[in-house]
Design a protein around this ligand. Structure first.
Ligand code: SAM
Length: 290
């Protein structure tokens, strides 16, 4: 990396937290997307109505740091929604939305939350404070991470997903499709390290979200923890990758997103689903989407 590299800033408009408005419905009427503040939406949805929550909340890492995207030096700013308000306020926010999720989940429900080191300590602590039982920490390893330009620490190449349940040990039984996961892993128990590529070009056909997740990553979580017809909710749906994965797998979906541009992109993706391919297994046992 040299000083000739252009410095670009990836900024988005400040997210205004509007009253949630229904902006999309599936043809069968079972799935929908709201535009607005998910905390407000969650307070209006019925308690214990959701089978599974899959969400990728703000990581609070947009603080003018530098990273490398496609060979260019860019500021890490994903949008105002991703700016830290300080450790205490960030934790209060995480506790508030996770508490609303707890209220919405069925007694057997499970929740998946993604994060980097900027947010998962708070998410994990809030989950314990609220009475969730953490089942796994899944490491998503990225085969081609951006280089670390500062060279003062290791290159970040992973994200973590905490998988937790409301189900009490020995009382309620949450869904884990163990045999399906084992079969997907060449008939060996699946480990908690998943090596998967970033979203492909096909997944960005209608535009892209600055923190878009691969459909295959979410699809595996949903194949593991839900069954056909189950309802999946995402309070920070972004470009609605969770919705694309859920609907492609025959699950129902409710999403909520505060930013109008991301909602527009979501609607295009939800109206034009692409089939999900099962990742192939390499000789090393790593799972790739080629
Ligand atoms: C990390 S991104 C999710 C990206 C998504 N997983 C995808 O694949 O496109 C988090 C999203 O939460 C939205 N957001 C932040 N605060 C919100 C709130 N209070 N209510 C609804 N959406 C919110 C942001 O606009 C952003 O698009």
């Amino acid at each position: 990396m040299t000083a000739q590299l252009q410095i670009e800033q990836n900024t988005h408009d400040t997210v205004r937290l509007n009253k949630p408005e229904l902006v999309w419905n599936s043809n069968d009427g079972f799935s929908c997307l709201y535009h607005g503040d998910s905390l407000e939406l969650m307070s209006s949805l019925p308690a214990e109505s959701v089978d599974c929550i899959w969400t990728d909340p703000p990581y609070n890492l947009s603080n003018d740091g530098i990273t490398c995207v496609a060979g260019r030096m860019v500021k890490v700013n994903k949008g105002e929604w991703d700016r830290s308000q300080g450790a205490e306020l960030d934790h209060e926010f995480n506790k508030a939305w996770l508490s609303a999720c707890y209220h919405l989940l069925k007694p057997t429900g499970t929740i998946w939350v993604t994060g980097t080191l900027h947010v998962y300590p708070s998410i994990g602590f809030a989950m314990q404070q609220l009475g969730f039982r953490i089942l796994n920490d899944i490491i998503w390893e990225k085969p081609a991470p951006p280089p670390n330009l500062g060279c003062r620490c290791f290159t970040h190449s992973t994200e973590l997903m905490l998988w937790a349940t409301k189900a009490r040990k020995g009382k309620e039984r949450y869904t884990f499709n163990y045999e399906e996961m084992k079969a997907e892993n060449g008939d060996k128990q699946m480990k908690n390290v998943w090596r998967m590529s970033a979203p492909s070009k096909d997944e960005k056909l209608y535009g892209k979200h600055p923190t878009q997740k691969p459909v295959n990553l979410i699809a595996r979580c949903l194949r593991a923890s839900t069954n056909s017809g189950d309802l999946v909710f995402d309070p920070f749906s972004g470009s609605s990758t969770t919705g694309v994965a859920a609907l492609s797998l025959g699950r129902k979906f409710i999403g909520c997103e505060a930013d109008a541009g991301h909602v527009e992109l979501s609607i295009k993706r939800l109206d034009n689903l692409i089939p999900i391919e099962l990742p192939t297994i390499s000789k090393q046992g790593h799972l790739w989407k080629d």
